[in-house]
Design a protein around this ligand. Structure first.
Ligand code: PXL
Length: 279
């Protein structure tokens, strides 16, 4: 069985980070090991959340894993809370990455033109140095613009604007840069990527549902990592990730009783399983 390690927080309630990565990657028949970076009572959309930092466990866990000679097919990082954690993730990459292991960085820290609470531009610059070392990065447009010091344009941008951002992300050092939430037409959204080895752009779009929920980025990235680790080609993995994320949002929007803090990814799991069976 393929094995992934994912490094991000546990938001005890909130349907994001590890509580979505674990179930979703498992759907692909991929073992999911976790490095919890912090435990929060909820994600940071709520007021008065508790926060227990677990940075001090990260190096001892890595040391134990190295002693046991555990191997991984992917290292996937999401929400990280400090400069120190970014540097520890670099240690994980240096220690665990090999020819059978890819690194995927989702630089979770901003959306809709704004940094999430607690993040700074300096932190984003440090995150850019982690992106530089990764095989795949999956920022949204806001995160990419902040890391690159580029103007964020909400909508109505040109293909050249997106291509320039992708080339700049690849120039940082990331082998394949994938921008999420890219839209060139009303009612449509998707991803555009650039592979620095083949020098090719690629893209996939689907119907846009006008709703925004916490955790959809984590659902997308977890699905992408699960599919990629399972052996899907990059564009096929992105299509599954886009379609499943869109289905999660659709189900949530259509359920008047759904909670407001996250999407009903659980109710879309049968859709994902069926999709995988038909591939
Ligand atoms: O979904 C990203 C995420 C992960 N973890 C925490 C968050 C957020 C988004 O705000 O607050 C704690």
């Amino acid at each position: 069985m393929k094995r992934v390690v994912t490094i991000q927080d546990i938001s005890c309630l909130g349907k994001c980070s590890l509580t979505v990565a674990l179930p979703i990657i498992s759907v692909f028949g991929v073992e999911t090991c976790v490095i919890p970076t912090a435990v929060l009572s909820t994600h940071t959309m709520f007021k008065n959340f508790t926060f227990r930092d677990l940075t001090c466990d990260m190096r001892p866990i890595l040391k134990h894993w190295q002693d046991e000679k555990f191997e991984f097919n992917a290292i996937y990082t999401g929400y990280l809370g400090s400069f120190e954690q970014i540097n520890l993730v670099k240690e994980y990459f240096a220690a665990l990455k090999n020819d059978n292991c890819v690194t995927v960085v989702d630089p979770v820290m901003a959306d809709n033109g704004k940094l999430y609470p607690g993040f700074t531009v300096d932190f984003a610059k440090e995150m850019a140095t982690l992106c530089a070392t990764a095989d795949y990065i999956v920022p949204n447009l806001t995160e990419a613009c902040i890391m690159l010091d580029k103007e964020y344009i909400e909508k109505g941008y040109s293909r050249e604007y997106i291509k320039d951002i992708l080339l700049s992300l690849a120039n940082l050092g990331a082998k394949t840069a994938i921008l999420t939430g890219v839209s060139f037409a009303d009612g449509e959204t998707g991803v555009m990527g650039y592979d620095s080895q083949t020098k090719e752009f690629f893209e996939y779009y689907h119907k846009r549902i006008d709703a925004s929920y916490h955790g959809t980025g984590d659902i997308f990235s977890s699905t992408f990592v699960g599919a990629l680790t399972k052996g899907y080609k990059v564009l096929d993995a992105l299509k599954v990730a886009c379609d499943y994320t869109a289905k999660c949002v659709e189900i949530t929007v259509n359920n008047p009783n759904s909670v407001k803090y996250g999407v009903e990814f659980e109710n879309a799991i049968p859709y994902l399983v069926k999709k995988l069976e038909n591939e």
